[in-house]
Ligand binder design. Sequence first.
Ligand code: HEM
Length: 124
Amino acid sequence: MDKQSCCLYERFGGDQQVSELIDQFYYKVLFDKLLRDKFLKADMSRVRYQQKRFFSQMMGDQKTQYTGRDLIEVHRNLGISDQQFDKFKLHLKSIAQDMEVGVEDIEELLEHVERHRNVIVFNK
Ligand code: HEM
């Protein structure tokens, strides 16, 4: 396999692009009335930093190890609904589209995120 395209992380463009994706993403999330209240008490520079590492690892980067808190611990008491989770994914999709990521890569990214729904959504 071509070393440059070992995984979604590489196809995305590596560290720089993942970092850009997450920065743009939270900029949008914090303007979203449906989501922003959840982040009132959050240390956003920490969230962005940890999320970049989490996403890099999730997208297949072998050299990155997520060192943040357990996702259940972090999200359990935030009361996040399915509707909010869907909106989170929608922002991610639109940023990735803006960055001209390919359709299949966007689908793969969203599938990775979807697999975490059950550790994020507790407001059923
Ligand atoms: C509607 C969806 C979501 C909302 C409203 C949300 C909200 C939050 C909030 C408020 C924090 C900061 C918590 C704190 O510092 O006490 C946080 C941290 C975090 N979230 Fe989410 N989240 C959502 C979805 C997700 C998803 C889908 C993932 C991963 C696939 C994720 C991964 C993380 C990570 C890695 C952190 C950083 C943990 C740390 O600081 O150690 N979140 N989230």
